[in-house]
Design a protein around this ligand. Structure first.
Ligand code: ADP
Ligand code: K
Length: 426
């Protein structure tokens, strides 16, 4: 463990700490964030109404739309001069979801990532090839700071440029790689083309996340890169990567750092809390965040909590892999995008009609997204322009097929299925 005192805190102490921290968070939101004060006021709630952890169910959820409504800094609870970093969720333009960190938040961020990486097998002195994207996306800088905190030597490669990545892996011989699972397979292909086998590669550990993946994919990555791979989970609204991570000795569910993030699983329709072990929407409260704590944030991610004894000595609960989402968000190479964002970007083209379909496939190692859209002009230059604009505005790489008017299915009264998922299970 990176921090045994915290990770193995006796359960009664952990629950008492959570209750105190939740009360402090509610009081802080009431005092400092107008939007929360108004909501609590309407419901007649204050921090004093949280007498047990069970009382949390009476408090309102926070949703992604709340961040958009208060864009950019409306939910922050510190003056802007105290900010030390700002991130924005990937794949969004215009009213992105913006998150802020003060010095204390960055300290906690590095701590939870360091715990995550330690659980993943990373140790001081190892070289760490970080292929998560740097920039507004939390992945690159978040993992970077945590790896440094742990005492690893970080190679800040960022995403893309596969041939260069391969060259750096050959030359620097890192023990650890961190990226999305789909990109790990792209790198495995490229390394194999250069004649590498798992035995000739220096890599020992892979820390993979930012998008859903399966145990079958884990086996493939492990076999082809000669690594042990663990699942890192997180989201910018709560912190970034490192909200939870699997232990490499178990590879069975990601430990949630419950002294900072309070987890609940709720029913996707009713919002009622569900017991440990049942699948539902993961709802998280960031209890120690000072620049932007969020109460009961609706992640949209479907999973379950795995309580009970484990061999690692930690008292914190694990969460299972993400099974899917309660909304229509698509995750493409780690980048989040909603169909409505694509729709909004298409408005710029006078030739395009509001009839479109999004087809997800996975014939190769990566998920691919095909946009089929009706157009009064069907030619290659327009097709390329659509692809370019979507890449520029949303950060997503997709292919485009222009169709003649009337070629795509129309709604027959019910909800039109915009996203057609043709991905095979891995
Ligand atoms: P991140 O930088 O962690 O990807 P974002 O805020 O851009 O943060 O995206 C968060 C979303 O990405 C999560 O709500 C979830 O849907 C998805 N995600 C992150 N990590 C994983 C993971 N390990 N497995 C499945 N989905 C993940
Ligand atoms: K993501």
């Amino acid at each position: 463990m990176f921090n045994p005192a915290a990770e193995a805190l006796p359960l009664p102490d952990l629950r008492a700490l959570q209750l105190q921290q939740l009360r402090d968070t509610i009081a802080r939101l009431y005092d400092r964030v107008l939007a929360y004060r108004a909501r609590f006021g309407q419901l007649g709630l204050s921090a004093d109404d949280l007498r047990s952890l069970d009382d949390l169910r009476h408090y309102p959820f926070t949703r992604k739309s709340d961040l958009r409504d208060h864009y950019p800094f409306g939910l922050f609870s510190v003056p802007r001069a105290e900010l030390r970093r700002v991130h924005a969720s990937s794949g969004t333009s215009g009213k992105a979801t913006v998150v802020g960190y003060d010095a204390h938040d960055l300290d906690v961020f590095a701590e939870v990532v360091a715990r995550s990486l330690h659980a993943a097998g990373v140790r001081p002195g190892m070289l760490f090839h970080n292929a998560y994207g740097y920039g507004l996306f939390t992945g690159g800088l978040g993992v970077h700071a945590g790896a440094e905190r742990l005492g690893a030597g970080v190679i800040p490669v960022s995403g893309g440029g596969t041939e260069r990545q391969v060259q750096l892996i050959e030359d620097f011989e890192p023990e650890v790689i961190s990226c999305t699972p789909s990109y790990a397979l792209v790198l495995a292909d490229a390394l194999a083309r250069r004649g590498h086998t798992p035995q000739t590669l220096s890599l020992k550990y892979a820390v993979l996340g930012a998008e859903p993946w399966s145990d079958a994919m884990r086996v493939e990555v492990q076999d082809r890169l000669g690594v042990q791979a663990t699942n890192i989970y997180g989201l910018s609204e709560i912190m970034g990567p490192g909200v939870s991570n699997e232990d490499v000795t178990e590879q069975r569910g990601s430990y949630l750092w419950e002294d900072h993030f309070y987890p609940e699983i709720v029913h996707p329709e009713t919002g009622e809390p569900l017991p440990d072990g049942e699948f539902g929407v993961l709802v998280l409260t960031s209890m120690t965040r000072t620049a932007m704590p969020l109460l009961r944030y609706w992640t949209g991610d479907i999973t379950r909590l795995l309580p009970g004894p484990n061999a690692t000595g930690r008292t914190m609960r694990r969460m299972d892999r993400i099974r899917g989402r309660s909304d229509d968000m698509i995750i493409l190479r780690g980048v989040n995008v909603y169909p409505t964002q694509i729709e909004a970007a298409l408005v710029h083209f006078s030739e395009l009609q509001p009839h479109y379909q999004l087809v997800l496939t996975n014939a190769g190692p990566l998920d691919e997204l095909l946009l089929r859209v009706e157009s009064t002009r069907v030619d290659a230059p327009l097709q390329d322009e659509v692809i370019r604009v979507l890449k520029e505005q949303l950060g997503v790489t997709l292919t485009c097929e222009l169709c003649g008017p009337g070629e795509l299915p129309r709604s027959e009264g019910g909800k039109l299925q915009r996203v057609v998922d043709r991905r095979a299970a891995r």
